[in-house]
Design a protein around this ligand. Sequence first.
Ligand SMILES: Nc1ncnc2c1ncn2[C@@H]1O[C@H](COP(=O)(O)OP(=O)(O)OP(=O)(O)O)[C@@H](O)[C@H]1O
Length: 291
Amino acid sequence: MPTATNTAPRTTPLRPAAALSGDGLVLRYGKETVVDGVSLALAPGRVTALVGPNGSGKSTLLRSMARLHGMAEGTLALGGADGQQRPAALLSARQFAREVTLFSQSRPAPQGLTVREVVAFGRHPHRRRFAGLDVKDRAAINHAMEATGVADMAARPVGELSGGEVQRVWLAACVAQETGVVLLDEPTNHLDLRYQVETLDLVRDLADGHGTAVGIVLHDLDHAALIADELLLMDAGRIHAAGLPADVLTAENITKVYSIRVEVTLDERTQRLRIDPIGRHSAANPRKAHP
Ligand SMILES: Nc1ncnc2c1ncn2[C@@H]1O[C@H](COP(=O)(O)OP(=O)(O)OP(=O)(O)O)[C@@H](O)[C@H]1O
């Protein structure tokens, strides 16, 4: 059953209580509404992927879930271990940062800081004022650097790193924050093949190994199909379809939303969905096959 709708969220008894949920979210820039009445629930141990065309509202939705974009309408709630929901607005910035982290594309490469120092930013919400790093902080930082493949560059200045390396450093800072909810905006962008795969593996590890609720924006539909437990296909600020990847990523849905023909196939051996866009030069294009 879909967990994201354009109206009220639906729940099933089998589903764990949401770690973070948004209900009836209306998001604007000035007078322009860019997300229009979307509800979604991120559950512990599950990966929810947001896909959709450029400008469909994915990043704005993710930012609002991280309290970085004010809501014109709607509510945001955090779930506790007791199953109770608390309005996110009641938490201080520091309390909220112990529960939710956001990885976004717009993070700079801070000059004059080492990789380890940047990853240590992730521990800020857990530290007492003016206190140094304790044993738990150091363990979290080391683990995050290992998990994101930046441990070997721990002492290097971030200003000297490539774009993809800086991205992995910020991803490590998010992992070091040890939150129950992790929001990721296009984390595989700019990464080479190996680190794209390792980042997707890390996301699954967070969900499967730590029970983290993950919300992730992805452009690559093959990746989304591979990693997501649930998928939200956005179109012009609304949810066009939500549910299991195989139910959402149909040729009909993709063609409607992206305005391009596609072939969707299921690999019998691996049970993986494959989405092949049919471009003008594609062999699957009938006009190409029969000029
Ligand atoms: N700072 C801003 N000021 C005004 N409008 C904005 C701003 N940021 C985004 N928008 C508009 O809001 C809409 C949604 O943008 P958003 O970045 O959320 O979409 P997206 O689905 O994440 O797109 P993309 O796939 O290109 O990253 C777009 O029409 C965009 O032009």
